[in-house]
Design a protein around this ligand. Sequence first.
Ligand code: GLN
Length: 279
Amino acid sequence: MDIQSALKKGQSILTDNNITSAKLDSEILMSEAIRKNKKFIILNLNKEIKKKDLDYFDNLIQERAKSKPIAQIIKKKDFWKYEFIVNNNVLIPRPDSEILIEQVLKLVKNKNSLQVLDIGIGSGCILMSILKEKKNFIGTGIDISNESLQISKINGQKLRINNKLKLFKSNIDNFNIGKYDLIISNPPYIKKNNLKCLEKDISFEPKQALDGGLDGLLEIRKVINKSSELIKRNGHFLIEIGFDQKNKVKKILRDKGFYIKETVKDLSNHDRCIVSIKI
Ligand code: GLN
């Protein structure tokens, strides 16, 4: 079978299984199966595929047909300027979270060496993108999940920043090490009861990284509470939030001695990030 016919077959299986991005996904999985980029695929549509690669492609299509996210199937995801290794133990990096990086870079333009803490580091995409941009920053990442720390360690190695990155397994309440100029967090913030109603893909991601308790603010409260102790005076605190949490989170922040500098919207125009300063 040639590339074009296999692509069409893959696309139609995905469409039959209600995958909306069937064409694109079929192309991405082909690229993975034959280990060639998209340009090669477009230029070689009539090329025959080796039996071994075709079998592999069919397997990948079957996984996607069950709604498994592409990033988990190919075990990687691009975020900011880098490629991060992911698996089903970490939240898949979202383009929306890149606004945290943009905001941080605006704030620290003239800063040379800062201590940065990421609460709930997951794959490491947020903290590591910052550490790559700012060579003299030192990072600390904590996470409650050992499995996710294994992934962030691998990503740190891949990006060659493990020499300026410390990782701790801890829940937020028990963490008391260091004082930080900058704290960032993308905590779980989805209401428990809404988790089931989200797209099927999301059911493949770790609940621990998504479940914000009954009101969605359970972990956000803990993160803000602890950050108010771990942050230096005048330090910046940036948190990702759910689209309808702005006012509640602002109040929690103010109660803990933070001044709200800005709320930033994501690519879909939803409030997604609050930038604050400890006073
Ligand atoms: N932005 C994610 C989503 O809506 C949620 C991430 C989180 O809870 N931190 O899929």
